[in-house]
Design a protein around this ligand. Structure first.
Ligand code: FUL
Length: 456
């Protein structure tokens, strides 16, 4: 039991809390691949092919803001090693392209003008650098990282790809992540760092937006070994181990797993997904349907994670009109769904156990009008709720089941009505008369602190 209490007290850093509140931001994959129609360049591409003649980062920013996104993460360097800024340390960059513009600077400035945050992706795997596969490469990488951290204003996010293939000499590189992390903490202490294994944000395990049943932000240090361990070992740690654990596993932070852990870290999950099948722009690809994007939002932002949705600029250097339209539709649907709360009074029922509180929501409108119930834990205190259910009080005191869930964490969006369905499932006189909902926490690791309950 002591271990459960310890697990309940694993807390986020200030940076992680701020990141959680961002919820939804854009990935921008842009580079030589845009011009060669590839997803992974091999590093031999001629700099001259990078020639976006109408490059306009303000257009990117307007489009992502229309979807409600609060930040933008640009691929400053992808696996092909080409730098979107004129790095002093290589010739393989925009400076030798016909465009000659510093795309990182233009994107960072456009974000600031537009009032959203800026971050970058810097691929450790570099298929161009002659140093790759030798200790000198880590120096080269740190030099580039320092340029980006010191010359482009405030950075909210540094996104490291864990891919590690062969370089031009046929060798693989041992990445010095502790050294990279130290540099970021020194120059941009407010930035969060993404890597498959932490330290701050971890990969959800797929690139298709597929959720797991329970997305815990508190996970074993065996998975996020770059994170900060905040507990002692679990009660089963001497009877088994989690050496096999990987991001793609279904069970990460759930009880049966954490009991075997050597210690727990706070490392929430990010869903990274592209609006189209590819990460880079390809003429023949179409954006995913509005339904798919909206559903992914519900199962990422609405399930204790953030959503990093990629929108790739085309060969002109502009976001494709088809994607711009889809982003605008998504923004409109999100505003219609979550823009205006329904009036309601929330109270905690007296006399319930601390780990099983019951909340009553008295509505000003009939239950039939409720589309979403949104729950938030006060994540600053740790993530605690294991399970809950929502019921409606129908006339006559009947407890009508509306929703059942597992974790809550930063945010849980419980959808009672699907905006794409033809018929409201909450039909009939009972739902039209009912005006009371109960949220019942059925299990928690320790005292429950909810930050908010809202109905839409
Ligand atoms: C992966 C990369 O290999 C893809 O090209 C893309 O950048 C994605 C976000 O991460 O590991």
């Amino acid at each position: 039991m002591d271990f459960l209490k310890e697990a309940a007290r694993v807390r986020p850093s200030e940076n992680q809390k701020n990141w959680f509140d961002m919820e939804f931001y854009a990935f921008v994959h842009f580079g030589p691949n845009t011009f060669t129609d590839r997803e992974w360049g091999d590093g031999t591409e001629d700099e001259k092919i990078f020639n976006p003649q109408k490059l306009d980062c303000d257009q990117w920013v307007e489009a992502v803001k229309a979807a409600g996104m609060k930040g933008l993460v640009l691929t400053a360097k992808h696996h092909d090693g080409f730098c979107l800024w004129p790095s002093k340390y290589t010739e393989h960059s925009v400076k030798n392209s016909p465009c000659k513009r510093d795309v990182v600077r233009e994107a960072a400035d456009a974000c600031r003008r537009g009032g959203i945050k800026f971050g970058f992706y810097l691929s450790p795997w570099d298929r161009n650098s002659e140093y790759y596969g030798t200790p000198a490469y880590n120096d080269y990488f740190c030099n580039q990282l320092t340029e980006l951290l010191t010359e482009y204003g405030e950075i909210f996010y540094v996104w490291f790809d864990n891919a590690c293939g062969e370089g031009p000499q046929g060798k693989r590189q041992e990445y010095d992540f502790p050294r990279y992390i130290e540099l970021i903490r020194r120059y941009q202490p407010q930035a969060v760092i993404f890597n498959d294994f932490g330290p701050d944000i971890r990969w959800c395990g797929n690139e298709a937006g597929t959720p797991r049943h329970s997305e815990w932000a508190v996970v074993p240090s065996e998975l996020c070994h770059l994170g900060q361990v905040q507990t002692g070992p679990g009660p089963m740690a001497d009877r088994g181990s989690l050496v096999h654990m990987y991001n793609t596993d279904q069970e990460l932070g759930t009880l049966p797993n954490i009991l075997y852990s050597r210690g727990l870290v706070f490392a929430p999950s990010e869903f990274d997904m592209s609006i189209r099948p590819g990460w880079f722009w390809h003429k023949e690809e179409e954006p995913h349907s509005l339904r798919r994007l909206f559903d992914t939002y519900l199962t990422s932002v609405g399930a204790n994670a953030c959503l990093n949705l990629n929108v790739p600029p085309d060969r002109d250097g502009l976001l494709d009109e088809r994607d711009v339209r889809r982003l605008a539709q998504l923004g409109k649907l999100l505003r219609e769904s979550f823009g205006k709360e329904l009036p309601a009074v929330v109270s905690r029922e007296p006399g319930c156990p601390e780990t099983q509180p019951v909340y009553t929501i008295d509505l000003d409108v009939p239950l039939a009008e409720v589309k979403y119930v949104v729950l938030q834990e006060d994540i600053a205190q740790g993530q605690r709720v294991e399970s809950f259910k929502i019921t409606g009080d129908f006339p006559g005191g009947e407890n009508y089941p509306l929703y059942q869930g597992t974790c809550i964490g930063h945010k849980k969006i419980c959808q009672l009505q699907d905006p794409f369905a033809e018929q409201n499932p909450l039909i009939g006189t009972a739902a039209e008369q009912a005006r009371r909902i109960h949220v019942r926490i059925t299990g928690a690791r320790d005292t429950v602190f909810l930050r908010e309950i809202k109905v839409y």
